[in-house]
Design a protein around this ligand. Structure first.
Ligand SMILES: CC(C)(COP(=O)(O)OP(=O)(O)OC[C@H]1O[C@@H](n2cnc3c(N)ncnc32)[C@H](O)[C@@H]1OP(=O)(O)O)[C@@H](O)C(=O)NCCC(=O)NCCS
Length: 156
């Protein structure tokens, strides 16, 4: 019998305090204006839905979402650059939406930078529609950048 090396599929699990150094590294590799450690700590502390994608060598992505009053807000979805374009970002968003559904959420919301066409297309394909524009919502290299507000109804 020949030995076959099987690389396990990345899996999605709850974020733990000890994941934070890896999460912060990925955040800083992926965004020009990354979240700080303090923001991630606060999200864990207040009990937001915080998930990581675990690859063969450790954490390779993260997704965070707040849930309340029948709505969820996708706050951060991020995949380590070497692992992008393999469907993981889409899987992570679908995972968060499933979790929201399980908690009785009917409406999902998120903001995306006007310039972030990759993320915008993923959300559009997942059924999100534009419902507004938040002027000067994000920091930018020269001043501020607008955010597109996207929403999607969730059915049980
Ligand atoms: C947005 C992000 C999470 C997507 O993660 P991902 O794992 O690459 O996403 P997927 O592999 O599921 O890609 C979904 C689609 O986007 C396309 N895509 C992904 N990266 C792309 C790129 N750099 N350029 C063009 N298309 C891209 C994929 O081709 C795929 O389309 P397809 O199914 O037609 O092939 C990832 O690019 C990322 O972490 N970016 C930095 C952080 C960020 O901007 N987060 C979103 C904030 S709102």
């Amino acid at each position: 019998m020949s030995a076959v090396a099987i690389t396990p599929e990345p899996s999605i699990r709850s974020m733990r305090w000890e994941d934070l150094p890896a999460v912060l590294r990925i955040e800083e590799q992926s965004y020009e204006f990354p979240w700080t450690l303090a923001i991630f700590r606060d999200c864990l502390r207040v009990g937001y839905v915080c998930r990581v994608i675990e690859g063969p060598g450790g954490v390779i992505g993260h997704g965070l979402m707040s849930v309340g009053a029948g709505e969820c807000h996708l706050l951060n979805v991020c995949v380590q650059p070497d692992y992008q374009r393999r469907g993981l970002g889409t899987r992570l968003v679908e995972h968060l939406l499933d979790e929201a559904r399980r908690r009785g959420v009917r409406m999902a919301l998120l903001e995306v930078r006007v310039s972030n066409q990759v993320a915008y297309r993923i959300y559009q394909r997942l059924g999100f529609d534009e419902i507004g524009l938040r002027k000067d919502y994000y920091p930018a290299r020269h001043g501020r950048e607008d955010a597109i507000l996207l929403a999607r109804e969730l059915h049980a």
